[in-house]
Design a protein around this ligand. Structure first.
Ligand code: EPU
Length: 417
């Protein structure tokens, strides 16, 4: 069994460069289906999820070159298949993002229904509502969801919740529709803005990304371009919380600081010093954490993808912190694992009540999902002694070169198995 073995080594010191954002790269890779021309993407993080999505895209007929690390060239001149089966879909939920571009380019797509996952049931009703509004007939049968249209037509879609994936899928279908589409109550995440910028480079006419109303004027065809993926705000936040927990002084390089507002605000409440300088953030912590409260929300609120990491920090705070998860229904899988390390966390519905303890202890724990894994790594870095984290494939789905980056900050992490 592959695992990380981490020995707490005290304060983190040094610099770390943030990689391209996983959650921006995945939908943008799917959007390459929308043109027959070649697309070059730079700063694509080298992650398991990226490799899996290249398999999905190759299965559809997309030719992919990988001339150097973090650079991929996509050639979707021929789409030979519009179906993604259960084997790939079950390995990566984000494969569902091929549906919008396939509808835009081919007028049809058949996908195995993505199931629930460790963080909740994660329905796709809002994606399907959008496809129907654009004129698709959508059927779900035998575990497949099939969408088909002879005439993709712009329309108005109101999202009952600002779903990131639904906003992306509807945008990618609508860019080649006849007429104008409006998405109301759209997600406003930076990854949506990156997708919009990319689509516009391809010749699309998308306006309003980053606000709650996105307008898309359909065009006849899109063309090739080169695009650099934005830095990963969740990876940056994870290193910021790590140094808050261990104490120390690190520079986080290649960040868009405006994307980090909720994380910066909350760390300052916890007593951490933060200085912004261009695309670098300097984080200084003496290791003493004040308690804080968190409520996860769609952007620009506190990202749900930072909730587990902040909970790891709260376990070591002076006093009681309350963490409320409002985005996902069941994103508290890390609680049992942190409690196994000596934390004092109680769940009450959507709330976690975290009573700070003086020290966590090592032992064997399990990454139940990506951000749970990140929280356990942070917790392990604070322990006097050894922690073994199992099921690290979850962590490797989302953090590029985690071991090298942590070692560069003076941590002692070994991958075994
Ligand atoms: N939802 C619905 N119906 C839908 C779609 C979503 O009810 O049709 C609900 C979900 O069940 C969930 C909430 O809406 O409770 C938010 O889901 P959303 O669609 O916004 O999330 P997503 O697109 O599935 C992306 C990220 C997640 C991140 C969320 C929220 C990617 C590939 N994934 O998921 O990233 O947590 O947005 O910001 O972009 C991660 O990186 O660890 C991760 C899980």
């Amino acid at each position: 069994m592959e695992k990380f073995v981490i020995h707490g080594t005290g304060p983190l010191e040094g610099s770390v460069r943030i990689s391209g954002a996983k959650n921006a790269a995945l939908p943008i890779m799917c959007a390459t289906i929308l043109t027959k021309d070649k697309i070059t993407l730079e700063d694509v993080p080298e992650l398991k999820d990226v490799t899996l999505l290249t398999e999905v895209l190759r299965g559809l007929g997309v030719k992919i070159e990988h001339p150097e690390p973090n650079t991929y060239i996509f050639d979707a001149s021929e789409i030979t298949n519009t179906t993604t089966g259960a084997d790939l879909m079950s390995k990566m939920r984000a494969s569902f993002c091929v549906m919008g571009p396939l509808i835009g380019r081919m007028g049809r797509t058949e996908n195995s229904l993505p199931g629930g996952c460790a963080i909740g049931t994660r329905p796709i009703d809002l994606h399907l509502k959008g496809f129907r509004a654009l004129g698709c007939s959508v059927r779900t049968e035998h575990g497949m969801v099939c969408a088909k249209t002879d005439h993709l037509k712009g329309s108005t879609v109101y999202l009952d919740f600002p779903s990131v994936g639904a906003t992306e899928n509807i945008m990618m279908a609508a860019v080649l529709a006849d007429g104008e589409t409006t998405i109301d109550n759209a997600a406003m995440e930076p990854e949506i803005v990156d997708l919009s910028n990319f689509l516009n480079k391809m010749g699309a006419q998308v306006r309003g990304a980053g606000t709650s109303t996105i307008k898309i004027k359909g065009v006849k065809e899109l063309h090739g371009c080169r695009h650099q993926i934005i830095p990963d705000r969740i990876e940056a936040g994870t290193y910021m919380v790590a140094v808050a927990a261990t104490g120390g002084n690190i520079n986080i390089e290649n960040v868009i600081t405006s994307h980090m507002r909720p994380v910066i605000a909350k760390l300052k409440e916890a007593g951490v010093e933060i200085y912004e300088n261009g695309d670098t953030i300097n984080v200084i912590s003496n290791g003493t954490i004040e308690s804080f409260d968190i409520k996860t929300l769609p952007y620009p609120g506190m990202p749900t993808d930072m909730q587990a990491q902040f909970m790891a920090l709260a376990t070591l705070a002076k006093g009681t912190s309350v963490i409320i998860e409002t985005v996902f229904e069941n994103r508290f899988m890390h609680v049992d694992e942190l409690n196994r390390m000596g934390a004092n966390i109680r769940i009450d519905g959507k709330n976690a009540i975290v009573q700070g303890v003086h020290k966590l202890r090592g032992g064997k724990v399990r990454a139940t999902d990506l951000r749970c894994g990140a929280a356990l790594v942070i917790a392990a870095l604070t322990v006097d002694g050894k922690t073994e984290i199992e099921d690290i494939y979850h962590i490797e789905r989302g953090y590029e070169n985690l071991i090298e980056k942590l070692e560069g900050l003076g941590a002692h992490v070994v991958r075994e198995g």
